[in-house]
Design a protein around this ligand. Structure first.
Ligand code: FAD
Ligand code: HEM
Length: 414
């Protein structure tokens, strides 16, 4: 993939680019938004910008991609690209925007690295950028065309027809279509991007996993309020919970997302807190299809009152023969739910029977998923059988796309 001319240049400069890539990403976004403030209205998530997480995700992905080109030139890091492409498609990113990003990214590279960016170095990194960009553009084109849409037509308005308080912190929104067009199907586990006009007049996009199977008429998702504690409260989650009511109209993208259920193998869902949402969507699909797939649900929460969607997921689970459920409550307490095990404290897998040949789906805070993934790998589960959904820019990807690859340190330190 990478030309013989660029390869030694990338090899020689990857460490310095890796060491500086977060600073490059920071300057890139500042420069990009200066020139294109409209990208902060409806396209980029300003919460992720304020936290710096998107900058880290972008930097990590470029470093991982460059590293992968060197280590295994015939193999593209599919998982990394799929996640990005689905996120891009859910935001209606266009091929033409890759030129814009290119211009500002290369401005930032020169701004940070100065004279080290000789014409030869610039040409080699240009090649890396366009290899990655074309791989993404190609995947995104496939995603749009499979749905019969263009980037600008991923959006559609829906009316809120029900708002249900699931717990003190989590609210379900049920939306109904308001036009005559057919509703495109979702795959179990996918999310939509919701585009919300905030009080300052700026539209802000956020992703929410679908919690119910398609019925041709509705979309449903559950929103957990983000409490800022020492930082600002989450903008969109609190706006949705406090200000959006039955009768209001919300703009949603088509469903996208690469973490989808493989219903040819037993499934084990391990979730914590609001991480139950994609599991609820997958269980709803299975139950409504009359599936006989054995599913094991492992869920951790503060206590049973905080366990959002608990009745729905257990009703659906109990319709699947051979399924089982275990819960872990940090604050202890019993359970009134039809579960097979109630445990106190954080989730622990030792002593638990898990099905052979299963696919594992993880969703929850990163430390939770890291601990569960390590425990599964210790039990002999193959890494390829573990999928995970991150509720934010994926800061974990870089760690394990390259974990077995020689030279992984460059990417890990990026
Ligand atoms: C694929 C995917 C699926 C998801 N599914 C769900 C789901 O089903 N349910 C769900 O509830 N969520 C889900 N999420 C998360 C959701 O998209 C939002 O990220 C979440 O609701 C928080 O958005 P917010 O606007 O309320 O918070 P934001 O305003 O974006 O704030 C996020 C964080 O940034 C901090 N922050 C904001 N501004 C600043 C600042 N100026 N300085 C310092 N810190 C700041 C906030 O304190 C907060 O901790 C999902 C995310 C993804 C990527
Ligand atoms: C080769 C070029 C690009 C790379 C490597 C790249 C990489 C990434 C990565 C790693 C993410 C985070 C994915 C996740 O974990 O959820 C992301 C998200 C995103 N990208 Fe790109 N991207 C590229 C091009 C573009 C272009 C051209 C645009 C259009 C302006 C764009 C807009 C976005 C937006 C809006 C998000 C979501 C940001 C957020 O939620 O904070 N990207 N991209």
């Amino acid at each position: 993939m990478l030309s013989d001319r660029s390869r030694p240049v990338i090899e020689a400069t990857l460490p310095v680019v890796g060491d500086n890539i977060e600073e490059i990403a920071r300057r890139f976004y500042a420069h990009l938004f200066d020139a294109h403030p409209e990208l902060l209205d409806g396209t980029f998530n300003r919460g992720n910008q304020a936290e710096g997480t998107q900058q880290v995700a972008l930097a990590g992905s470029v470093a991982v991609f460059a590293n992968a080109l060197l280590e295994s030139p015939e193999q593209v890091p599919e998982h990394l690209l799929a996640r990005i492409a689905h996120k891009h498609a859910s935001l209606g990113i266009t091929p033409a925007q890759y030129e814009v990003v290119h211009e500002h990214l290369f401005w930032a590279i020169v701004d940070v690295l100065g004279d080290a960016v000789t014409p030869e170095v610039a040409a080699a990194w240009d090649e890396v950028y366009w290899l990655m960009a074309y791989a993404l553009i190609h995947t995104e084109r496939g995603l749009y065309s499979a749905r019969g849409v263009r980037p600008e037509t991923v959006w559609r308005d829906w009316r809120v027809v029900e708002k249900v308080a699931e717990t003190d912190e989590v609210t379900t929104f049920k939306l109904q279509k308001i036009d005559d067009r057919l509703v495109k199907t979702s795959l179990p586990g996918q999310y939509v991007t919701v585009q919300v006009p905030l009080p300052d007049g700026v539209r802000q996009p956020r992703q929410y996993s679908l919690t119910r199977a398609d019925d041709g008429e509705h979309r449903q998702f559950a929103v957990k309020r983000v409490r800022g504690e020492s930082k600002p409260d989450g903008e969109v989650s609190n706006f949705l919970c406090d200000k959006v009511d039955v009768g209001d109209v919300l703009t949603l993208s088509l469903p996208f997302g690469d973490v989808v259920l493989d219903d040819s193998r037993p499934a084990v869902f391990a979730s914590a807190g609001i991480g139950i949402s994609p599991m609820a969507g997958m269980l709803s699909h299975l139950a409504s299809a009359g599936s006989r797939l054995p599913v094991t649900l492992l869920h951790a929460d503060s206590d049973e009152r905080s366990f959002a969607l608990r009745r729905q997921v257990l009703d659906d689970l109990r319709r699947l023969p051979g399924s089982s459920a275990h819960v872990w409550y940090e604050r202890g307490g019993g359970s009134e739910l039809p579960v097979d095990g109630v445990h106190e404290g954080v989730m622990r897998l030792d002593g638990l029977d898990l099905p052979d040949g299963a696919t594992y789906y993880l969703c929850g805070p990163l430390p939770f998923m890291q601990a569960v993934r390590s425990a599964l790998i210790d039990r002999g589960v193959a890494p390829r059988d573990i999928q995970y959904e991150v509720f934010g820019p994926d800061l974990w990807q870089a760690d394990f796309v390259t974990e077995d690859a020689p030279g992984a340190e460059a990417a890990a330190s990026a």
